[in-house]
Design a protein around this ligand. Structure first.
Ligand code: GLN
Ligand code: ZN
Length: 751
């Protein structure tokens, strides 16, 4: 049996790509140096997979920022505003990714969205009426040739045209129907160039197929691929899907002339049933995704072999369930984690070995094989640790624990009176720039080079400065700045029982931003108060209200590697009870405004509408309410969500029953505002007035314009003024300038 990897991590084992890119952005290294680093990363990744004996290794899975952006760039889906900057190719590419502010002009970045149900983000291709789609790059070809020169004959992976078009934003009058045939023709050109260069397999990634599809979608897909497949020349085409099953289009897909079809048997709840009931054509290869590309637990070979054996087709390749982009590089980098834990984990590199072992066991009397026995030994008995107390508390939750009283409208009145804030109150989302001294302080403390007292002293100095700065800027609701936090989830995880941590298990979130999700190992509870001392200290520095800052249970779970032995619902409730303890302690210590971030709430929304409530919202939203239901009426609960893509679940967001919600609105259009109005959204709102994911400083006029648009849709009494996310990734100078403009804009509107 052969093995296949859909894609490999590409940030470098020690985040080399991040560091090189950042140096490049800062002008410290040139393009040549950056390209060299990238080439080394690709080489390392390819050879690792080759050494592990993987049969189908992808090329073109590398990206300087994002694969969807790569495809946009490759097919000249480059809005004119970026071309007008007259930058080099890579300069234009990064301008699309990050925005540009400099000698050649000033433009915003493309919109960024979460990639399906992951914490990875893609850039949204923007197609206007003048877009001239044309193959005008050679990245896939170059990277195929580069791999070949290293002795690795790769399948060339590329985002497929259907997914590309479905994810694109059409800003003019023209629609998909006006563009699909030319895009298809250009993909065909690419296929023929690749075939000519000797590529034997081309992998078209079409994850969009796992969503609910309309009959037009199905017709579009068939039309595009009938053309591509009729013109594939000598190349074999693999249709790769992941993150779910393709129930709406399975029979059409198997009847098309694909040479291989990749299905996800983990998240694809119906994949097995689809293959069994509809059959799988004998002449095609089934790439069966059974090794989890999203989680870090060891594969259970028994389960995987059962799936592979029940497929009823000979032509099976064992594959990852999705790209390994979503898991860290290797356990080898984890020097501190004990083997008792490590033996249960598999990161990307270890998953390669799993693929090979499963392939070797397939079709044999595997029950007696050593590799099988060793694997099964990991699954006998209990793996994850238990806490009976926590289990009992979860079991004792009743309906009233999910309800905050009095109702919103009454609380709103009480809070307006007590807080006495100006109209259009200004605030931030929590973190302030994590300058190098801040990181150094944390690292030295962690390494034992600094005493606890010195560490705390430094952070207090930072908090005091941050409060003073916010007072000078003129903000109304202040924050302590989050200098003690490396990451909004890891920080809480470290203070909760039931978590384990890694040193270098970084996963790409967007561009040069990587995250290190902690691992939920056992039942979760709070060890002791987490943020109270910091918030109390911040409050002592000012007469203005200080907002306490917590991460909510849904986000903590979504940005951790979750357990697989208990349900997500059970885990979320455990975390909710732990965070509730913290909320009540903050309140008891005089913190009258508490923000509970649910940055990642939207991202785990099931990809199919029919699953939204039953599989997720029905427990995620109550879990959030559980966290704050016991606070006093005058305590104002804020929440924050990254990205405004909740147009379709507005009632659920309102049902979180927060008093204020802040969210991103500046990078996408303000369409969300219409929906808030239509749905009579009761919660007060702070739609971010500028984009913090880009280093540019918004002008006062720009912010006033954004606010003016917002006022047309949102009652003045409900509108807050804030950036669209935390400021930790930004520099100090741009932050101060931006916030001053924000306050000036709010004042202008008040006037
Ligand atoms: N409070 C967090 C911060 O400001 C929120 C971050 C986020 O939404 N991703 O950093
Ligand atoms: Zn955010």
């Amino acid at each position: 049996m052969k093995t296949s990897v859909i894609g490999y991590p590409r940030i470098g084992k020690d985040r080399e790509l991040k560091f090189a890119s950042e140096k490049f952005f800062a002008g410290e290294i040139g393009e040549e140096e950056l390209l060299k680093v990238a080439k080394e990363i690709r080489k390392g990744d390819l050879l690792k997979q080759k050494e592990a004996g993987i049969s189908y290794i992808s090329s073109n899975d590398f990206s300087f920022y994002d694969n969807v952006l790569d495809a946009a760039f490759l097919f000249n889906v480059i809005p004119q505003r970026y071309k007008d900057l007259n930058l080099s190719d890579i300069g234009t590419y990064f301008a699309m990714a990050r925005g540009y502010q400099g000698a050649n002009g000033n433009v915003k970045a493309l919109a960024m969205k979460k990639w399906f149900n992951t914490n990875y983000h893609y850039l949204v291709p923007e197609i206007d009426d003048d877009t001239k789609i044309a193959l005008n790059g050679s990245k896939p070809v170059d990277e195929f040739i580069e791999a070949k020169a290293l002795g690795v004959d790769t399948k060339v992976a590329i985002v497929g045209p259907f997914t590309f078009l479905k994810l694109a934003k059409f800003t003019g009058a023209k629609k998909i129907s006006d563009f699909y045939s030319v895009l298809t023709a250009e993909y065909i050109k690419l296929v023929s160039v690749l075939a000519e260069k000797g590529a034997s397999w081309i992998e078209f990634d079409e994850p969009y197929l796992v969503r609910d599809l309309s009959s037009e979608d199905i017709a579009l897909f068939k039309e595009i691929y009938s053309l591509i497949l009729a013109n594939k020349g000598g190349a074999k085409i693999l249709l790769q899907t992941y993150f779910g099953d393709i129930r709406d289009i399975y029979s059409e897909v198997v009847s098309l002339d694909f040479d291989g079809i990749g299905l996800d048997f983990l998240e694809g709840r119906k994949s097995l049933e689809l293959v069994k009931t509809n059959g799988f054509p004998a002449g095609k290869v089934l790439f069966a995704g059974v090794v989890n590309g999203k989680n870090i637990w060891k594969n259970n070979y028994k389960k995987s072999l059962e799936i592979l054996n029940s497929l009823g087709t000979e032509n099976v390749v064992v594959s990852t369930s999705c790209s390994l982009l979503h898991v860290p590089y290797t356990l080898e980098s984890e020097k501190k984690l004990s083997d008792d834990y490590k033996k249960h984990f598999a990161f990307a590199e270890e998953k390669l070995a799993e693929l090979s072992e499963i392939a070797a066991l397939f079709g044999t009397e595997f029950e007696s094989a050593a590799s099988f026995k060793n694997n099964q030994a990991l699954f006998t008995g209990r793996v994850n640790s238990e806490d009976k107390d926590v289990q009992a508390k979860v079991a004792a939750i009743t309906e009233s624990d999910y309800v905050r009283l009095p109702v919103f409208e009454e609380r709103e009145k009480i809070q307006k009176k007590i807080l006495n804030l100006p109209a259009f109150p200004t605030t931030t989302i929590g973190s302030f720039p994590q300058t190098s001294d801040v990181r150094k302080n944390r690292q030295e403390f962690k390494k034992g080079l600094k005493s606890k007292e010195e560490y705390v002293e430094f952070n207090k100095k930072k908090i005091a400065e941050c409060i003073k700065l916010q007072e000078e800027i003129g903000l109304d609701v202040l924050v302590h700045g989050e200098f003690e936090r490396n990451d909004m989830v890891e920080y809480f995880g470290e203070n909760l029982n039931g978590y384990v941590f890694t040193e270098k298990a970084w996963v790409q979130s967007y561009g040069t931003r990587n995250v290190k999700p902690p691992i939920i190992w056992g039942d979760v509870s709070r060890k002791s108060p987490i943020t109270v001392e910091w918030s109390k200290f911040a409050k002592s520095c000012t007469d203005k209200p200080v907002k306490g800052m917590l991460t909510g249970p849904v986000t903590i779970l979504n940005w951790s590697f979750p357990r697989e032995d208990i349900s997500i619902k059970e885990s979320i409730l455990q975390i909710a009870l732990a965070i509730r303890d913290e909320v009540l302690d903050l309140e008891a210590n005089g913190i009258g405004i508490i923000q509970i971030d649910e940055a990642a709430l939207r991202e785990k929304l099931p990809l199919r509408k029919s699953d939204w409530y039953s599989e997720y919202l029905d427990f995620a939203i109550p879990a959030f309410r559980l966290v704050h239901s016991k606070v006093r009426p005058e305590t104002q609960i804020h929440t924050h969500m990254c990205y405004s893509e909740f147009t379709d679940i507005i009632p659920a967001i309102d049902a979180m029953d927060a008093d204020v919600i802040t969210f991103e609105a500046s990078r996408s259009d303000l369409q969300i505002l219409d929906s808030l109005k239509e749905n009579n959204f009761k919660t007060e709102v702070g739609p971010g007035v500028y984009d913090i994911h880009s280093p540019r400083v918004p002008s006062v006029d720009e912010i006033v314009a954004a606010l003016t648009k917002m006022r047309a849709k949102i009652e003045d009494s409900k509108l807050w003024v804030n950036p669209d996310c935390g400021l930790k990734t930004r520099g100090e100078e741009e932050t101060v300038k931006s916030l001053k403009n924000l306050v000036a804009a709010a004042k202008q509107i008040r006037g």
